[in-house]
Design a protein around this ligand. Sequence first.
Ligand code: 9B3
Ligand code: ZN
Ligand code: ZN
Ligand code: ZN
Ligand code: ZN
Length: 305
Amino acid sequence: STFYYRYHTLEDIYDWINRTANDYPDKVKAILVGSSYEKRPLYALKLSLNNRPNKKAMWIDCGIHAREWISPAFCLFFVHYSLSFYNVNTEMTQILDNMDFYVLPVMNPDGYKYTWTNRRMWRKNRSPQKGTSCIGVDLNRNFDANWCTTGASSNPCDETYCGSFPESEPESQAVANFLRSHKESIQIYLSIHSYSQMLIIPYSCSMDEAENHSELYEMVKTAADEIRRYYRNTYTYGAGAHIIYLAPGGSDDWAYNLGIKYSFTFELQDRGRYGFLLPPSHIQGACNEALLAVKTIVLKVMEKP
Ligand SMILES: Nc1ncc(C[C@H](C[SeH])C(=O)O)cc1Cl
Ligand SMILES: [Zn+2]
Ligand SMILES: [Zn+2]
Ligand SMILES: [Zn+2]
Ligand SMILES: [Zn+2]
């Protein structure tokens, strides 16, 4: 249906979450992982398409940055694709027989709403800060990974404001709490952003090399090669501090240090022509490219002894 090739309001996404959980009661469960500053629910959908016990799991969060609309669009697309192509597409069936998925479509609902009603280019959450009229924390600088060092700002008026302390925000705290309490089963972490077409591995918070760097590098290289092969599109890949910028407090670095050794951030389309304002006509291509990268990486993780 064309539903997945349009951007949706926050209300429509909440309706979609409830409808999807209701339509697939034995495969999909809506989990309330927390709430936003303005008390909106943070729902993650748990996809479990094969009731084999003790399956490993992958976490995918979308919409941490409000203006990156292609991100929630991908989470909706991914859930729809998984449910539609299970027992149809061989790779997807293999993956879903082995792996549960936790998909958080809108990690920053207050910010996302704000981009529809007030400022399209808003990035942060919407929590007020003491001693200033400036609003919002960059949730991807609020995690406890070299928190608020070079690459983040301690000025609440800046776009990369790190917050008053690590996990100071209800949204980042909710995700960190969920990952802490499910770290035994969650084997892969993925955070979806835009734009610049990059497949990012740890670390972004330091110039240090991740302990399994070569394994992670091989995964994102292969994924980028596949995207080039099937879609003729170019994604760059590598450690965040090397290919994008040194920046602390990111969710992927934090998840990696928690012990989720397969941790990634994707920056989806495009490379700047439309940027955050990617037209709806580009949603399908962007989602197909991201899906191919997810499948490539998950199949490689599943091959590991
Ligand atoms: N650990 C990280 N991983 C990815 C990024 C890039 C995103 C791209 Se919008 C950001 O700047 O928050 C930033 C950090 Cl701090
Ligand atoms: Zn809609
Ligand atoms: Zn649980
Ligand atoms: Zn982002
Ligand atoms: Zn970005």
